[in-house]
Design a protein around this ligand. Structure first.
Ligand code: BGC
Length: 748
């Protein structure tokens, strides 16, 4: 078991805090007369007006009760309100006399988490990095809607999903629960996810705000990045997500940003999020990421989670003494209750029911089919022809029983149990659960066998490379599955595959030239064998429909259409930080005393600035293994006839033709290169469209670029602005394959 000491301490602190710190629920006056609860009946009023009516009736204690959590209800506790809680990551008791419901919060990045303790299971969707690789907003909406539905079915009214920290650091253990390296793609995809989720009457979240781009020392990392780069990269993903989807909550992150904790950072919370972006919801701290009372309250934090002493009695005292104005406390409460009205959790409490596993599994499979990326297909090795193939050797990565998932709070409990049993752990210790490798019961091997009932299909675990090679040699085709497990609270030190899997691939390909590799990884990995194998399919963490989806893609029942949402580098040495920042730093125990947090921090200099992901590789002249926005299909697409217009913004159109013999979907991408005066390091994605085309069909694509996407952030004027000049516009099928080109004048 990989459970670290840190996790255990975290868990103990959580239990103690739950038992000791939360028995301060206000002495409530008796129920008011019906006519005084106008906020409940005046549905014609706006959420803000209803919130105002409500707040006017609240006592100080009631207000204080709403702005801090009452513990992680997954733990046993003596407090009556916790007994009432649903078992999720967070709980804020409601106030009956005012008609305010309990807030039951669940982690749900890729499905509703932590249900097994209560005998509940939900759909394990593919990773959100997979989702981003579909580049399909409808798919993202459906992904979020499924999570929202299953949250409501399980009795949750608040989601802790919505991760969108961009892939500045490809070794980040949580990249699988984010949306890739490009802020515009990531922001648009997370926005759709949140909109789909909130449409189910569940409050959504976007996290972790901001720059929580690695897990190593996440509570101590002091991220140093200039404001312009921040606004145009990491914060832009949040800006798009917040403005488009209007999530109910923004979760501030553990790390410090330019010397100040993210949960008490006036610049990112008050100035940017609330003032500039007009965010009307509430800022919730990441779990135990609150470090002060007055400073945090004045900087814009609205709710401490999951419990702790900064926003309980201490905040009450600060309000009574005037250190924190009552107007600010009212603002915190207003943000929470106006969101409850806006999303509908007060007006339309939802009945609980058992999620429909068949529906969920089908959605999960379709998401994976839209998200897997065909990275290589030499000599048309794929699709496999079920009518003629006689023997297949399936090798490695527990493909005989299931598919891998990412760990941590995003983990969805495996329906039917872990397909690859691990050492037992204490089921009440959430943190012990984090380190576990969970395999969902969806076997690629079985799905492949079902495709070719007449053929001989063998499975070998791949642990003995000589045996695996012999099996591969005896078959017409070898399919090797390889993986890299990643999880919250740790990073990988290298993008190299662990457990001698490169050697396994080498042994298999030496025995059988028709070798196909299927990757199940949290993010990009190194592939020293890439030139040798015939085909490579990146399946990410494929979710509960993964086995079938992979087989459908390998046999061409579904034409691959995903494109990389992250760059795959050739080596760790090509990364902006060849050694993972924080490596070798001795960190104190963050959980020793949560009210006396160590003042220790270490700096991560993100001196690559704007050069994130593909912009790094282009400006540094480094050739990636597989570039951003890249992915193959079983058909071929041609681009022609670009018309581009400038003016206030960029508008363009072009034709995409399916020049092959199979129906398929193409993600047509648009990049701009700025005029020199803009000081932008490399071209930048500003738009895309996923187009479905029958064989031989041509469609015209029209793209109107949001002016913000071609703007730069002017730090002096503190606003987005378009730099007038000539812009080179390119369109095509990947960041490095852009056959259409035009120059337009914008902003003049
Ligand atoms: C994670 C959050 C999560 C929370 C509750 C934290 O450790 O960073 O993403 O929502 O725990 O489980």
């Amino acid at each position: 078991m990989k459970t670290s000491l840190k996790y255990r301490q975290f868990a103990w602190v959580a239990v103690l805090a739950t038992l000791l710190g939360i028995c301060s629920a206000a002495q409530m006056p008796g129920p008011p007369k019906a006519e005084t609860r106008e906020w409940l009946v005046r549905k014609d009023l706006s959420p803000d007006e209803r919130a105002d009516l409500l707040i006017a009736q609240m006592t100080l204690d009631e207000k204080i009760q709403l702005v801090h959590g009452a513990g992680m209800s997954g733990f046993p506790g003596g407090e009556p309100s916790l007994v009432r809680a649903n078992g999720g990551g967070g709980f804020v008791p409601g106030i009956e006399r005012l008609g305010l419901p309990d807030l039951n919060m669940a982690d749900s990045s890729v499905g509703v988490g932590r249900g097994a303790l209560k005998g509940r299971y939900s759909t394990a969707l593919p990773s959100t990095l997979a989702l981003a690789s579909s580049w399909d907003k409808n798919v993202a909406h459906e992904f979020g809607a499924l999570i929202g539905r299953e949250l409501a079915d399980q009795g949750y009214n608040v989601s802790l999903a919505g991760g969108v920290d961009i892939t500045r650091e490809p070794r980040n253990g949580r990249n699988f629960e984010y949306q890739g390296e490009d802020p515009i793609l990531a922001g648009n995809m997370v926005a759709q996810l949140i909109m789909g989720l909130q449409a189910q009457g569940v409050i959504g979240d976007i996290k972790h705000y901001a720059l929580n781009d690695e897990e190593t020392g996440r509570m101590f990392a002091n991220v140093s990045l200039d404001r312009r780069s921040m606004r145009e990269s990491d914060l832009l993903a949040f800006e798009i997500g917040v403005k488009q989807a209007k999530p109910g909550m923004v979760m501030c992150s553990y790390n410090l940003i330019n010397g100040t904790y993210a949960c008490e950072n006036d610049y990112t919370l008050n100035q940017v999020l609330k003032k500039d972006w007009g965010f009307q919801g509430w800022v919730i701290s990441d779990w135990f990421a609150t470090h002060s009372t007055t400073k945090a309250a004045l900087a814009g934090l609205d709710q401490q989670q999951p419990t702790g002493n900064f926003f309980g009695e201490a905040l009450k005292k600060a309000v009574e003494s005037g250190e924190v104005p009552l107007t600010r406390l009212n603002d915190m409460v207003h943000r929470i209750v106006r969101t409850e009205f806006a999303i509908g959790i007060i007006d339309k409490p939802q009945p609980t029911m058992v999620p429909d596993p068949f529906h969920g599994q089908e959605v999960a499979r379709r998401v994976e089919e839209a998200s897997a990326v065909l990275l290589k297909n030499e000599g048309g090795q794929l699709p496999l022809n079920a009518a003629v193939v006689r023997s297949i050797a399936v090798i490695g990565s527990h493909a005989g029983v299931g598919v891998l998932s990412g760990g941590g709070s995003a983990q969805v409990d495996p329906a039917g149990g872990n397909a690859v049993p691990q050492e037992p752990f204490d089921p009440t210790d959430i943190m012990a659960f984090f380190g576990q490798e969970i395999w969902h019961r969806s076997s690629p091997y079985k799905a492949i066998r079902e495709m070719v009932p007449g053929a001989e299909v063998t499975y070998d675990a791949g642990t003995d490379h000589a045996i695996a090679a012999a099996k591969a040699k005896a078959a017409e085709v070898a399919i090797v599955f390889v993986n890299q497990h990643t999880s919250e609270n740790s990073d990988v030190s290298s993008l190299a595959l662990p457990d001698r899997q490169d050697e396994l691939v080498n042994a298999v390909v030496a025995a059988n030239p028709h070798t196909i590799v299927v990757l199940e990884t949290g993010g990009p990995v190194l592939m020293p064998w890439a030139a040798k194998v015939k085909a490579i399919l990146e399946a990410w963490y494929p979710g509960i429909g993964g086995g079938d989806a992979i087989a459908n893609l390998l046999f061409g029942k579904v034409n691959p259409s995903g494109k990389t949402a992250v760059t795959f580098p050739q080596s760790d040495a090509d990364l902006p930080h060849p050694v993972l920042p924080g490596t070798g730093v001795t960190m104190p125990n963050p959980f020793a005393d949560l009210n006396n947090f160590p003042s220790f921090s270490f700096v991560i200099h993100y001196n690559e600035g704007l050069k994130v992901g593909y912009r790094w590789y282009e400006s540094e002249g480094k050739k990636p293994l597989f570039p951003f926005g890249y992915g193959l299909s079983y058909t071929k697409f041609l681009y022609a006839g670009m018309q581009a217009d400038g003016g206030d913004t960029l508008t363009l159109s072009f034709a995409v033709q399916n020049a092959g013999t199979k129906a398929g979907e193409e993600i047509a991408e648009v990049y701009v290169t700025y005029p020199r005066a803009a000081g932008e390091p490399a071209k930048k994605l500003v738009g895309w469209e996923k187009v479905a085309l029958a064989a031989g069909e041509t469609k015209n694509v029209k793209i109107h670029v949001d002016p913000m996407y071609i703007s730069v952030f002017d730090v002096q004027q503190d606003k987005w602005k378009i730099v007038p000049g000539d812009y080179t516009v390119q369109a095509g099928g990947s960041s490095v394959d852009l056959p259409l080109k035009a120059v337009v004048t914008i902003g003049k």
